[in-house]
Design a protein around this ligand. Structure first.
Ligand code: AMP
Length: 289
């Protein structure tokens, strides 16, 4: 595995691989690897001749009051994991390589960025994500790029950019990887102390409770939301948001007639956690043979 710092080096390596007929898979990350990241890397490894993982804590997607300075960073550990998974290139640039003096372009996706994390974290967040992902696509020119369904709104934003800007890359969304007790894996889980870690399982339990009433045939949005709310409030968690949205447009859903996403963000101890679950229009226990 090669650790590369510059755009020029990455371009040269990718050009060589493409000339040899190898497909290129990209996994964009901010590092502090866990099994969620590694699941994307494994998917990329299975499906491509060249696997590029980017490791870049993107400053533009953090607000001034967020955790940019304390975000967990351990490049040596990440490099060891990446190497063990058979990654070919770990692209770990300095911020100035990505945002040189005079950088002046912003990719803004309207609509779907204005709700959920876009509303709670501010409009800079998805602008930062869309801009850095577009740059990574320009640098690596991957055939396929892998993202986690854990960040469901991010997947929709990236798909919108690809469609609207006619980028020649296929987006693959990989399932959420969870701890044995259901907590969605996240680099930010290291911020949880023992009490907060115990409390944190309520997010997935709330999604499970909603899933159970949905499978039992409930289609009313308010009833589904209230079953999730009950679990969260019993655990003493005040949510930043708990919403049921159309799985493609992120418009609010009052009755499930098409696939819908149930999405949660909550502060638990020192961490801001997010989680989500897809409720499909056809999913009922009765329908399962
Ligand atoms: P991050 O380093 O947090 O920006 O995450 C890099 C990629 O890993 C993103 O596409 C995330 O959605 C994905 N990811 C993070 N956590 C998980 C998880 N628990 N399961 C699946 N994918 C994840």
């Amino acid at each position: 595995m090669r650790i590369l710092r510059t755009i020029a080096e990455v371009r040269a390596a990718v050009r060589e691989a493409k000339a040899a007929g190898r497909s290129v898979g990209l996994v964009p990350t901010m590092g502090a690897f866990h099994e969620g990241h590694l699941s994307l890397v494994r998917a990329a490894r299975e499906q491509n001749g060249l696997v590029v993982v980017s490791l870049f804590v993107n400053p533009t997607q953090f607000a001034a009051n967020e955790d940019l300075s304390t975000y967990p960073r351990d490049e040596a550990r990440d490099a060891a994991f990446a190497e063990a998974e058979g990654v070919d290139i770990l692209f770990a640039p300095e911020p100035a390589e990505i945002y040189p003096d005079g950088f002046a372009t912003n990719i803004h996706v309207a609509g779907i960025t204005e709700v959920l994390d876009g509303a709670s974290r501010g409009p800079h967040h998805f602008d930062g994500v869309a801009t850095v992902v577009t740059k990574l696509f320009g640098i690596v020119q991957p055939d396929v790029a892998y993202f986690g369904q854990k960040d469901a709104q991010q997947v929709l934003v990236v798909r919108r950019v690809v469609r609207d800007l006619d980028l020649d890359v296929r987006i693959v969304a990989c399932p959420i990887v969870r701890e044995p007790d259901g907590l969605a894996m996240s680099s930010r889980n290291v911020y949880l102390d023992a009490d907060a870690r115990a409390q944190s399982t309520a997010l997935n339990r709330a999604l499970d409770a909603a899933d159970a009433v949905h499978r039992a045939g409930e289609r009313d949005g308010a009833s589904i939301l209230s079953s999730a709310h009950a679990v969260l409030s019993a655990a003493g968690i005040a949510v930043e948001y708990l919403e049921l949205q159309d799985a493609e447009t992120l418009q609010p859903v009052t009755r499930i007639e098409r696939d819908a996403l149930l999405l949660i963000a909550a502060r638990v101890g020192a961490a801001r956690l997010i989680d989500n679950h897809l409720l499909t229009a056809t999913d009922t226990t009765e329908a399962t043979p």
